[in-house]
Design a binder for this molecule. Structure first.
Ligand code: ADP
Ligand code: ZN
Ligand code: ZN
Length: 737
């Protein structure tokens, strides 16, 4: 049975539920279908609940025979324009995301909950007919009122935001209203004001910057990778590109990493474009401010939109260019829920909107570098520093056979102590990410490696086994070193809590500031945490990648990388890339003030060719070498990769579920050189919050081969669900953890 309505009176809606499909409804009682436009929100009944859905299309027929009416129309004007809807639909099918959840992710919380958009309509103070008829000296006895009258006569209606920014008081406004000279009117939403900044004219570009800017096409779709060390003037190039976009009457979108959206960044941009309205979208905003900024962006009122990951999902009707700063940053990839990559979507959006995309980094991701080297992206470079910071000295501290204290060599602890005693600051990176322990001998340096691959075996304690995450070879755990018979075997990257405890104890006279995703859920928390460091008092900062950039900490003169090996030998093939990015970024950090910097890198293998390459030649040549290794190993970016993850309190169920999934996939598309399956294998972090985690890895020569396969996989999984088991598709997975 089908329901047919030739007038297109059936509503196809994205409903925020974890199902990979749209849902059909009838218009709300008493609302003409013709009033309904795609992109509007409606309240709908769903399984006994009331949800906020987005109208995707009006259609003439439905495969269902009884449709429920929607409950209520929320928006007069659509929130999502046509391109934005097409873009979200593309993303939903590429990432296998439930469309309703993707629309939800695109909306700010307040709008997701169904708040009316008019709530944030800007109020404009306009002269009444009577007001317009007055000479501009009419209120000479009340100078403040007269000033406001003149402003309105000369400049037309003024927004409440602008009046507030100009210091016009409510009393003065009320006086004009009471005289019947002016009245408030509703208009489109404008972004909340940013911290004010003195307008600053741009510096003249240097020759390299000029060439880079000239090479970015003004019109049409293009992607350029701007590779340039920290301080080489990339941001200046972004600002000039924005200027060009604004002159053409278009909107510029700038994506920055989670911790990159600092008040300094905003001030720098606000100072450059005092005449333009700027919407900042980030997690530090109050709910109402965020909705206001989003509506100004989506309504086209904001000329510049700056935001973190989810800003890429915001509709931008006048989009003129997309810029992604620090494009290699891990925070552009959403790691749960809808697992999209904002960096990759930026390229898709650029193509749909036919505008240039600029990806910038001092340490480009191997994905982008590969595309630049093979000519798919234009490769632009800034080789010289625009500023004049001195490069720091980098030393490797060999740790093999040393008496380590919770992972630190005595000389490293001594250096930290001396740095603090001199009144300076030290920054210690403890590699916590990836939890990909390889097994190593502390006495001779033996490493458990795979007899079939050039990769290291990964320690899985629960199974008491060593497994290869590349070919699935496995062997039982050993108690002593096969090479020197020492029993001093340890997991690379293990014991981070104890390392932290040691430092906190040893240097208890100084503030020890721990920065990671757990301690710093918000921008404000991070700013507060870092206050002593900014004030310049001696302190010890402990951190992850988060600390590597974005913060100007001129008193940091010592940087310690506790364990380069867990980066170099991790079973997570991306660990070496991250390690290189970290080292290059901290090298750009240390000694930025007038104090010289020193970087100490602990390693069991100071002679390792990759480490040598990184330390001697820097990230560029190192990254190119990693690309050759990835090619040899058949790994991304040369092949596309997706993970099908499952987790469950009962490990056997998760494993069996993935085995069945693999069987189903192999019957659809048998494995071949073009398409390969691996697993199920335990995730590098095997157990999390009481659940055992496994994944199935699928790699393909052609990226386009994966989405159709994954779509079938999802349909299968939705029909074969064990309620106690959670599963997820991770297209272009970034972490094997
Ligand atoms: P990046 O984004 O590559 O780290 P920035 O654009 O922030 O580099 O530039 C680093 C510093 O150099 C900033 O203080 C910036 O104002 C300054 N700068 C950049 N380009 C120029 C230029 N052409 N002339 C003078 N100063 C410049
Ligand atoms: Zn040994
Ligand atoms: Zn192997």
């Amino acid at each position: 049975m089908q329901q047919v309505d030739q007038q297109g009176g059936i509503l196809r809606l994205a409903v925020p539920v974890p199902l990979r499909r749209l849902f059909d409804y009838l218009p709300p009682e008493g609302v003409e279908a013709s009033r309904l436009v795609p992109g509007q929100r409606l309240w709908v009944p769903f399984g006994g609940r009331k949800l906020v859905a987005v109208l995707v299309a009006r259609v003439g027929e439905s495969s269902l025979d009884s449709l429920k009416p929607a409950l209520e129309l929320v928006d007069q004007q659509p929130l999502f324009d046509e391109r934005s809807r097409a873009f979200l639909q593309w993303a939903a099918s590429y990432y296998q995301a439930p469309p309703g959840e993707l629309y939800s992710a695109a909306l700010p919380a307040a709008l997701r909950k169904g708040k009316p958009a008019d709530h944030w309509a800007e109020q404009w103070l306009a002269l009444t007919t009577e007001g317009k008829g007055l000479p501009d000296t009419a209120l000479a006895r009340a100078p403040k009122q007269q000033a406001l009258l003149q402003k309105l006569l000369a400049g037309g209606p003024q927004s409440r935001t602008a009046l507030r920014a100009d210091g016009v008081t409510a009393a003065v406004i009320r006086a004009l209203e009471e005289r019947g000279l002016a009245a408030w009117e509703s208009g489109p939403t404008v972004p909340p004001p940013l911290p004010s900044a003195e307008p600053t004219p741009p510096p003249g570009l240097n020759e390299e910057q000029r060439q880079v800017l000239a090479a970015i096409p003004t019109q049409g779709f293009s992607v350029s990778l701007l590779e340039g060390t920290t301080g080489s003037g990339k941001t200046e190039v972004y600002l000039r590109l924005m200027e060009r976009v604004l002159e053409a009457g278009r909107q510029a979108l700038l994506l920055v990493p989670e911790i990159g959206l600092t008040p300094q960044t905003l001030r720098r941009i606000a100072a450059r474009f005092p005449q333009h309205s700027i919407a900042a979208l980030h997690s530090g905003l109050a709910e109402g401010e965020r909705a206001q900024a989003w509506l100004a962006a989506a309504g086209g009122q904001a000329d510049i939109v700056i935001g973190t990951r989810s800003a890429i999902l915001t509709p931008l009707p006048r989009l003129g260019a997309v810029i992604v700063d620090e494009e290699h940053d891990g925070s552009f990839k959403q790691q749960d829920g809808v697992r999209y990559s904002a960096r990759d979507l930026a390229v898709v959006l650029g193509r749909m909107a036919e505008v240039p995309v600029l990806l910038g980094s001092a340490t480009p991701s191997l994905e982008s570098l590969h595309n630049a080297l093979n000519g798919r992206y234009q490769h632009l470079r800034l080789r010289h520093r625009a500023g004049d910071a001195r490069p720091p000295q980098i030393h490797v501290v060999p740790t093999l056979g040393q008496q380590l204290e919770e992972g630190f060599a005595p000389q490293v602890l001594r250096h930290i102590g001396e740095t603090l005693a001199r009144g300076e600051q030290a920054l210690v990176f403890i590699n916590r990410r990836g939890f990909a322990p390889a097994l190593a001998c502390d006495d001779c340096g033996w490493l458990a490696d795979c007899p079939h691959c050039s990769s290291k075996l990964t320690l899985h304690r629960r199974e008491r086994s060593l497994r290869c995450h590349h070919c699935d070879y496995r062997r039982p755990l050993v108690d002593s070193c096969p090479s020197c018979h020492s029993r001093a075997l340890s997991a690379l990257g293990g014991g981070t809590e104890r390392s932290e405890a040691l430092l906190a104890n040893r240097f208890a006279d100084y503030p020890v500031i721990r920065v990671d995703r757990d301690t710093t859920s918000s921008k404000e928390a991070l700013d507060r945490l870092l206050a002593p460091a900014r004030d310049g008092e001696p302190c010890l900062l402990l951190g992850t990648q988060m600390l590597a950039k974005g913060h100007h900490l001129p008193k940091v003169t010592l940087v310690v990388i506790q364990d380069a090996d867990s980066g170099l030998f991790s079973a997570d093939f991306r660990a070496s890339e991250r390690m290189g990015q970290l080292l290059e970024q901290v090298a750009g950090r240390a000694g930025r003030g007038d104090l010289a910097g020193r970087v100490l890198v602990q390693s069991r293998y100071p002679e390792h060719p990759l480490l040598q390459l990184l330390l001697e030649k820097g990230y560029g040549p190192y990254a190119r070498q990693l690309l050759r290794e990835r090619a040899a190993a058949g790994l991304p970016p040369m092949r596309a990769m997706a993970l099908f993850r499952a987790e469950c309190e009962e490990p056997r169920w998760a494993q069996e579920f993935l085995e069945q999934a693999r069987g189903m996939l192999e019957s659809l598309a048998p494995s071949s050189p073009q398409l390969q399956y691996l697993g199920p294998v335990p995730a590098l972090l095997e157990r999390k919050s009481g659940r055992f985690r496994f994944y199935l890895q699928i790699t393909a020569e052609q990226r386009a081969a994966l989405p159709p396969l994954l779509s079938r996989l999802c349909a299968w999984a939705e029909g074969n669900r064990n309620r106690r088991l959670r599963w997820a598709v991770d297209m272009d997975a970034q972490e094997l953890a």
